[in-house]
Design a protein around this ligand. Structure first.
Ligand code: TGC
Ligand code: FAD
Length: 390
């Protein structure tokens, strides 16, 4: 009774283990108790609810699949996906914070970092004592991060970092930033930049109509001296940040389902209760078409995400498969949000219901982590062998 309605038209639950269901239900209960009651207010005020950081850590949202020895939850890829689904049922901005912390900050330190870096940062990131951000996008290089101009020079006992990043989730409050920059030969490397380093600032980006409960900002590097031990030595080249994006995009493919489920659930209940022309609007063919298409698309998206999770757990998921799921599921969610909002009529535009917030949030989700167009072009490249974006 304490849980959300969770549409499961094809009994996808039967594909889950007992552990998956426990992890999912714990996240679901926490979101219902701690996120849903407060999130509309924070979104309206464009403020990140930092009181939820401890709870996110407790449900395993910070490093779900990072080994326990580094403070992570040591879970599998399906559990990771289910946690993202439940968080985004609450709000895409809260899921963004978890995605960035886990897949864009902890993942590169775990995969490309030294043992000292892992021990120094991962447990604190897992507990939420440290919050992190990921700097790839620049003012002039969004879809084409390989063109970045942020760079560092070897000054003997340290690196000197210059440049700027834009649209960085969590930047305004992050303690550490995983920053992608070019060395003197033009090769891309990851550097761990810490708040307090001289010449490093993180101005907040205001006036967003989307992801209002998530803090977004710039990262500015003005001759920042970065200790040499802060370079991630395990992998360089554009493939290093793109490997992190694979993990985050996979989580978003699940997360979007949560937002869609919440919109569908809200619209279905409303349609059954709302009487016009002396009958529930749910009894009209037009509203049934909307609701029936929603549950069909949610079911397809669930199966796509589940299968991708199995492949990823086996180490077999390709980047192109991940792009297909991120693109499909986010578009599915945004279409459902737009339709669900109409089912609620005028009430749909108010903050009394979560739908409009999901709808505007998803405008960011369909743009970040690779735009809808870029993911289509990745599929196109994969099946034809021609890179149309070049
Ligand atoms: P391209 O020449 O195709 O590839 C460069 C190197 O990278 C390798 N590679 C990958 N490696 C791992 N994972 C992937 N997904 C990979 N895709 C490519 C590739 O094999 C190659 O390796 P090597 O060894 O030969 O050098 O690169 P390109 O410059 O042509 O670009 C390809 C393109 C357009 C697909 C890529 O640049 C891209 O994905 N652009 C979109 C940018 C993007 O997604 N930015 C996201 C920023 S972070 C963010 O939005 C966080 S939002 C907050 C939240 O998550 O909540
Ligand atoms: P552009 O690349 O300028 O694209 C503009 C339009 O052109 C898009 O429709 C795009 O699809 C299209 N386009 C581009 N190239 C082609 C092509 N070759 N062919 C056809 N069409 C094309 N980045 C980070 O590094 N870290 C973060 O934490 C982060 N958080 C974000 C949070 C929010 C709220 C937002 C909105 C963005 C965030 N981003 C982050 C940045 C995000 O990844 C970029 O916005 C995204 O990659 C697109 O880049 P852009 O905005 O510069 O758009």
């Amino acid at each position: 009774p304490d849980l959300f309605e969770a549409p499961d038209y094809y009994n996808v639950d039967e594909l889950l283990s007992d552990e998956h269901k426990l992890v999912r239900d714990a996240a679901r209960q926490w979101v219902k108790r701690e996120v849903s009651p407060i999130i509309e207010d924070f979104a309206q005020r464009a403020e990140f609810p930092d009181q939820i950081i401890g709870g996110l850590a407790e449900i395993g949202a910070f490093g779900p699949y990072i080994p326990v020895e580094y403070g992570g939850a040591g879970l599998d890829q399906i559990s990771y996906g289910l946690i993202m689904q439940e968080i985004e049922r609450g709000d895409s901005g809260v899921r963004s914070t978890a995605s960035v912390q886990s897949s864009l900050v902890m993942y590169p330190i775990w995969k490309y970092g030294t043992e000292e870096q892992r021990k120094k940062y991962l447990p604190k990131l897992a507990s939420g004592e440290f919050m992190g951000c990921f700097g790839l996008t620049e003012p002039d290089h969004g879809s084409n991060p390989g063109g970045m101009v942020t760079n560092f020079k070897d000054k003997g006992d340290h690196y000197l970092l210059n440049g700027a990043k834009l649209w960085i989730s969590n930047a305004p409050f992050a303690d550490v930033a995983v920053v992608w920059a070019k060395d003197e030969s033009g090769r891309i490397h990851g550097l761990i930049v810490e708040r307090g380093m001289e010449g490093f600032s993180t101005p907040e980006t205001h006036n967003k109509w989307s992801l209002r409960a998530s803090a977004t900002g710039e990262l500015i590097f003005d001759n920042v001296k970065v200790p040499k031990e802060n370079l991630l030595p395990g992998k360089s080249g554009l493939g290093a940040p793109l490997g992190c994006l694979d993990s985050a995009r996979y989580g978003i493919a699940w997360g979007a389902i949560g937002a869609a489920m919440d919109c569908y659930d809200t619209a279905l209940r409303y349609a059954k209760e709302r009487i016009q022309f002396d009958k529930p609007i749910a009894a009209t063919q037009l509203q049934q078409k909307k609701l029936a298409e929603m549950i069909t698309e949610i079911t397809k998206a669930q199966l796509l995400a589940w299968r991708l999770g199995v492949l990823r757990e086996e180490g077999r998921a390709t980047s192109a498969q991940i792009s297909m799921a991120k693109r499909n599921n986010v578009e599915m969610a945004i279409k459902i949000a737009r339709e669900a909002r109409q089912v609620l009529g005028g009430m749909g535009i108010t903050g009394e219901y979560s739908i409009m917030r999901h709808m505007v949030n998803l405008e960011s989700v369909i743009t970040y982590e690779g735009t809808h167009d870029i993911h289509l072009l990745i599929t196109g490249m994969d099946i034809t062998g021609h890179a149309a974006f070049k």
